[in-house]
Every structure is written in structure tokens, then in C-alpha cells.
Design a protein around this ligand. Structure first.
Ligand code: 3HC
Length: 311
């Protein structure tokens, strides 16, 4: 890239101008956005699976309707994000193929199973809570279509987080067995939720460049700390215990001290070896293959209409 062009681009970023699809951008900026927005879109789509698992088994009709709406929202988020990625010159089909054959990642969290109804509460409270912590700052990200998609997504995510907390509240204030289920869900989801923010800053290969380009607004560790600070009082309010013996308020820092997740587990999961990686990719591949007839039908219809126009 021409140094003068690069400097002019960086000056626009530094002045908080939005970069739009037809503007000049460095190839690395485009590639990083495709990677991050694509991975984010895939997370929304794969993220439907752990919750979809409980739609038919929700305890009441009301809970079922709420969960169904939530899972549909995730599909919608995936679609806005694929549209934002398409403005960078990659097609939705290409992105989908890269998800299906494992060339692109999706969030590590969705490779964990949802074993009980209380997990629907913990996913909403912790997973959507972590997602919002990461996504609210992304409303100010430098790429216009991504920033705008994030505005609506964040509004819906905060609804999701509240419904998760409401489920947890019901369980935590329920029978002793229900409270135990809520505690068990928190025990299993806590560290995987901390991992959603990505590796610790010293191992985050992309953070420095992504922050200079304002593709990311905060480091992984900054957001993880904010999440812990926000979530610990919420756990206390529920009367549940965060599964971390080292968790304590640090008056001097004005933050909670906490244990890091097991990073070897994180790297294992993102390399495809988590408890549900194989299931998740099989489910997405099956959906793609089973619905090939819809795509073929639409293309045949399109061709027929085109021919009718020519004739
Ligand atoms: N899961 C899977 N992979 C992860 C990860 C995670 N939790 N955290 C990091 N990684 C990967 C990165 O993709 C990168 O791998 P790559 O080079 O092969 O792409 C590698 O680990 C190194 O990490 P870095 O910190 O250098 O990577 P990033 O700068 O991209 O930071 C991120 C990672 C913070 C997740 C950032 O990409 C980001 O902010 N993404 C946008 C938000 C997003 O994707 N959220 C998904 C959450 S779930 C969700 O939205 C669904 C909701 O409905 C609950």
C-alpha cells in the first residue's frame, strides 16, 4: 500500500470517521473485518444450537415462546452480520462454506453442552452478558456497516440477558433442587464465559492492529475484567457462588481479582476438540445439505423468470 494513502486512512480512523464499503481501505483492514464479522455471524448461527436443544422441553408455554423468539433473534443477528461482511466483497455462500469445512471459527462457548433447563438461564445471563460487554463498544467500531448492525443487535442482546437472569432468579428462589441446578449451571458456564473474550492480552495476536484500526475498541482482558466486575454482584443477588476461590474485591485496584480460565482448554476448544465441536459442525452441515433443494428450487425459478424476460 502507498504510505501516503495509509496515513490518510489512519487519519480518518483517528478522527473517528466511519469507513464505508466503497472507500479505499488497506487489504489487512478488509481481511481482519471479514474474519471478525464472519466469525461473529457464525457464532450467532451456531449459537442457536445449544438453546434450540431446549425449545421442545421448556417448562411452560410462556418460557417456550420466549426461548423460540430468542433463538430466532440470533438467526436475525447472523443475517445482519453476513450482510455487513458481504459489503467487504465476500459472499455469504463463501463464508458459509468456510464455516462448514472448519476454515473459519465461531465462539468457543458454543462447543459446550446445555445439560439442564437452568443452562438456559445461565446462557442468557452469562453468555449474552459477555456478548453485550464485547458488543456495546463495537457500536463505535470504525467500519460503518458493522457499527450500525451492532446497534440493533445490542438492543436485542440486552433483552436476552435479562430473560436469562429472570430464569436464574426463578430457579435460585425455587426448591432446593432447582437452586442446585442453577448453581451447577453457573459452575459449568463461568469459565467458558470468561473465555469468550479471547486469550489473555499477551497471547492476543490481533489486538494491537485491530485496536489501532478501531475494529476492536478494548483489549480482551479489559472486557473480561468489566464482565467479572458486573457479574459478581448479580451472582450474589441470586444467592449463588461464583466457582472461584481466588475471587475477591481489590480495594486498591477498584476491581475484583479472579482466576484466569484454563487457557489450554480454550486453545483445545478453538482447535476443534471441545465437547461439542463435532456435533455443532455436523448439525450445520446437515442443515445445509438437507435444504439444498430450497436453494436449487430458487435458482431454477430465477432462471425460468430470466428466460421468460429474454423471450
Ligand atoms: N472463540 C473462538 N475463537 C476465539 C475466541 C473465542 N472466544 N477468542 C479468540 N479467538 C481466536 C481468534 O479468532 C484468533 O484466531 P484466528 O487468528 O484464527 O482468527 C485467535 O483466537 C487469537 O485471538 P485474538 O485475541 O488475537 O483475536 P481477536 O482480536 O479477533 O479477538 C474477539 C477475539 C474478542 C472474540 C474478537 O474477534 C471480537 O470482538 N469479535 C466480535 C464479537 C464476537 O465474535 N462475538 C461472538 C460472541 S457470541 C455471540 O455473539 C452470540 C450471542 O448471541 C451470544
Amino acid at each position: 500500500d502507498d504510505p501516503a494513502q495509509l496515513a490518510a486512512f489512519q487519519a480518518r480512523i483517528d478522527a473517528d470517521e466511519k469507513i464505508e464499503p466503497k472507500d479505499w481501505m488497506p487489504e489487512g483492514y478488509r481481511k481482519t473485518l471479514i474474519r471478525q464479522i464472519g466469525q461473529h455471524a457464525h457464532s450467532e448461527i451456531v449459537g442457536q444450537l445449544p438453546e434450540g436443544n431446549w425449545i421442545t422441553r421448556a417448562p411452560t408455554l410462556e418460557r417456550k415462546a420466549i426461548l423460540l423468539a430468542k433463538v430466532q433473534d440470533e438467526a436475525g443477528h447472523g443475517l445482519y452480520l453476513y450482510c455487513a461482511a458481504e459489503t467487504l466483497g465476500v459472499s455469504r455462500d463463501e463464508l458459509t462454506e468456510m464455516l462448514l469445512d472448519g476454515r473459519m471459527k465461531y465462539s468457543s462457548i458454543f462447543n459446550y453442552p446445555t445439560l439442564t433447563w437452568a443452562d438456559m438461564g445461565a446462557v442468557g445471563w452469562l453468555v449474552d452478558g459477555a456478548a453485550i460487554m464485547n458488543q456495546v463498544p463495537l457500536q463505535r467500531t470504525s467500519y460503518g456497516p458493522y457499527a450500525r448492525a451492532m446497534v440493533r443487535i445490542c438492543k436485542e442482546e440486552s433483552f436476552h440477558q435479562r430473560q436469562g437472569y429472570a430464569v436464574m432468579m426463578k430457579m435460585a428462589q425455587g426448591t432446593p433442587a432447582q437452586k442446585r441446578m442453577a448453581q451447577d449451571a453457573l459452575n459449568r458456564m463461568w469459565y467458558p464465559s470468561l473465555m469468550m473474550f479471547g486469550p489473555s492480552d499477551k497471547d492476543s495476536v490481533h489486538s494491537a492492529q485491530s485496536m489501532a484500526w478501531k475494529i476492536k475498541m478494548n483489549t480482551n482482558d479489559e472486557l473480561r475484567q468489566k464482565f467479572v466486575d458486573q457479574t459478581v454482584p448479580q451472582a450474589e443477588y441470586l444467592g449463588l457462588t461464583v466457582p472461584d476461590e481466588n475471587l475477591r474485591w481489590n480495594e486498591e485496584r477498584g476491581h475484583y481479582d479472579f482466576s484466569e480460565p484454563d487457557w489450554s482448554e480454550f486453545f483445545d476448544v478453538i482447535q476443534g476438540n471441545g465437547p461439542c465441536n463435532v456435533d455443532r459442525l455436523e448439525a450445520r452441515n446437515k442443515a445445509w445439505d438437507d435444504n439444498a433443494w430450497v436453494r436449487e428450487g430458487l435458482l431454477a425459478h430465477g432462471r425460468k423468470k430470466q428466460q421468460a424476460k429474454v423471450a
